[in-house]
Design a protein around this ligand. Structure first.
Ligand SMILES: [Zn+2]
Length: 378
């Protein structure tokens, strides 16, 4: 099997490289050497060009060899083809910085608070660190954000080396080593050393910005969410826009928005209760007018739910109330309701002589049809 020289470790800042196709497997190109990092350790694979052919992503083959996956609709070039590999540098550099930011957060969670990392994920809009903690208060996570910002400002060198397994174990790093043989160690000077096969920025300063953005419970652990670089900046700017919009909607200064929102919500609750009381009053009056010595039919402007509490006790005849939203309330004998439901093909149910449901079409058509069923042909 052809071995590929992996130059992304030697020089993660190399954007271009002349390479030769040594094997083709389906839509995957295997090259004699590469600067394209294959997906792994939470970091996405690289994309870019091989000559004119777009490389959609890079994956690890079964033996760890980088497989350059060519974009759909393109044919793989024959073995022996030489061309220039050109990295999508914006994509790659972002993930280098994000991966370094993730190490920084995991290292500080551990050194400051004894919290371990169990899984990580890198995305284009942020990364997550799943911890072994069942609860982490926000002030702890904000203290990690502060320390990470300090480390970014201070500018710590980030570098990698490959060491023998036994030497790696002797370092007693914060995460157990998951690979056999020689082990790659990523160092953040003065802060962290951990086994990692990813590609990193050369200095913490390159991360730029970091923001803690939230947490969630996953299984019995806390997963923390972070953003760095441009996504951190847009997150903060997005928050500012939301505050501006709320400030204008509530006509309140930034510091008063919360209080004003609480006041409006409380007022809305009171208004809803007032409306409900008035609707019940209307329902009671309307029903009083509709009841006569026989079945009563009422097309109501207010929701039928308003009639729930105002049905007359001991009225001997069925009462049907329908509203414009297609809901109805039937007050009467259960067998009659079953007959009505079958004849009109309507949905509904209930008990103790009170039935709710819905009907299709107009309320007046529904009432005419129901009147015919209830009053029969007599
Ligand atoms: Zn890593």
């Amino acid at each position: 099997m052809a071995m590929t020289e992996k130059l992304y470790y030697e020089n993660p800042y190399l954007e271009e490289l002349e390479a030769e196709v040594v094997a083709v497997s389906g839509s995957a190109l295997i090259l004699d050497k590469t600067i394209f990092y294959p997906e792994g350790g939470g970091q996405p694979g690289d994309c870019g060009l091989f000559g004119d052919i777009p490389i959609a992503t890079t994956e690890k083959g079964d033996d760890g060899t980088p497989h350059h996956i060519i974009a759909e609709g393109f044919l793989p070039p024959p073995v022996g083809t030489r061309a220039k590999l050109h990295l999508d540098w914006e994509h790659r550099y972002f993930y280098m910085r994000e991966h370094s930011a993730q190490h920084l957060v995991s290292a500080l969670l551990f050194s400051m608070h004894g919290i371990g990392t169990v899984a990580v994920h890198q995305g284009e809009d942020g990364f997550t660190v799943e911890t072994n903690a069942s609860d982490i208060p926000d002030d702890i996570l904000l203290s990690v954000e502060d320390a990470a910002s300090d480390a970014i400002r201070e500018g710590h060198r980030i570098w990698q080396e490959e060491v023998e397994h036994i030497d790696a174990e002797a370092l007693h790093m914060r995460r157990s080593i998951k690979v056999g043989g020689r082990v790659r160690i990523v160092h953040i000077d003065g802060i962290d050393e951990v086994a990692c096969g990813g590609v990193h920025a050369g200095n913490t300063r390159e991360i730029g910005e970091i923001a803690y953005v939230g947490k969630e419970r996953i299984r019995s652990h806390i997963r923390t969410m972070w953003k760095c670089a441009e996504p951190a900046v847009s997150f903060r700017r997005g928050n500012m826009e939301i505050v501006k919009a709320l400030s204008s909607l509530f006509s309140a200064e930034r510091q008063n928005i919360e209080k004003e929102a609480e006041r409006v919500i409380a007022e809305l609750g009171e208004l809803k209760r007032d409306v409900h009381r008035l609707e019940e009053r209307i329902a009671s009056l309307e029903l009083g007018k509709a009841l006569c010595d026989g079945p009563a039919f009422l097309l109501s402007d207010i929701p039928v739910s308003s009639y729930d509490g105002v049905l007359p006790e001991g009225y001997a005849y069925p009462v049907l109330v329908a509203d414009a939203s297609g809901r109805f309330l039937f007050y009467g004998d259960g067998d009659l309701f079953t007959k009505l439901r079958g004849a009109l093909q309507i949905k509904g149910g209930g008990r103790n002589g009170i039935f709710h449901g819905s009907f299709p079409g107009s309320a007046s058509d529904f009432i005419s049809a129901a009147r015919e069923v209830i009053c029969g042909n007599d």
